[in-house]
Write a protein that binds this ligand. Structure first.
Ligand code: AMP
Length: 214
């Protein structure tokens, strides 16, 4: 099962992607997480990516595509994967399709977690990320047991630079300009499925499972 998660930043696609990966025992591949790990480790890729991420801009396609094409070719991805945060542009989607076509493969589902802009800013300002493991929470919708402490690893929680209100506005604009056209792209390929992302997290997940299990 090869799945792409679509949706505005803050729509909850990361949370859903992790749950799908767990339920179906397939890897969760988040390009945002890969970049953040590179930033943390001080790699060249991390340094390049950070300058774009801090402004709410997309990292250039050429820094992302090979990384994902290599990742999905690894052994643990043989039976499927959930891509979270990739593709984010039409050229990225075309590059992925071309790479998969070469090995007679294709994406099975593109799931759009649909949330209107008006909800997004409110959600993002309440989002908290763990400096240790990268886990994400929300102070209202998905709080940790102890305030500002990660449930999974005990790490400290912070508001990511790219979740700050001024950056979020930029990210939303970038989403509408560059990522939203993918909805059309995957609709034309007849693999787009939409879920209402304003619903409770568990209900969103149940609706995704229904889509994957028809
Ligand atoms: P995310 O955690 O998916 O919201 O990603 C955080 C940031 O990483 C984005 O705002 C972009 O700057 C960068 N990024 C992640 N995935 C991609 C991608 N597929 N293409 C370009 N930039 C990306």
């Amino acid at each position: 099962m090869k799945i792409i998660m679509l949706g505005a930043p803050g729509a909850g696609k990361g949370t859903q992607a992790k749950r799908i990966a767990e339920k179906y025992n397939i890897p969760h591949i988040s390009t945002g997480d890969i970049f953040r790990a590179n930033i943390k480790n001080g790699t060249e890729l991390g340094k390049k990516a950070k300058t774009y991420m801090d402004q709410g801009l997309l990292v250039p396609d050429e820094l992302v595509v090979d990384l994902v094409v290599d990742r999905v070719a690894q052994d643990d991805a043989k039976n499927g994967y959930v891509l979270d945060g990739f593709p984010r542009t039409i050229p990225q989607a075309e590059a992925l399709d071309a790479a998969l076509e070469k090995i007679n493969d294709k994406v099975d589902y593109a799931i759009d977690v649909d949330v209107p802009d008006s909800n997004i800013i409110d959600r993002m300002s309440g989002r908290r990320a763990c400096v240790g493991c990268g886990g994400t929470y929300h102070i209202v919708y998905n709080p940790t047991k102890a305030e500002d402490v990660c449930d999974a690893c005990g790490g400290q929680l912070i508001l990511r630079d790219d979740d700050k209100p001024e950056t979020v506005e930029n990210r939303l604009k970038v989403y509408h300009d560059q990522t939203q056209p993918l909805i059309d792209y995957y609709t034309k390929k007849s693999i787009l499925k939409s879920v209402d992302g304003t619903k409770d997290m568990n209900e969103v997940f149940e609706n995704i499972v229904k889509i994957l299990e028809v």
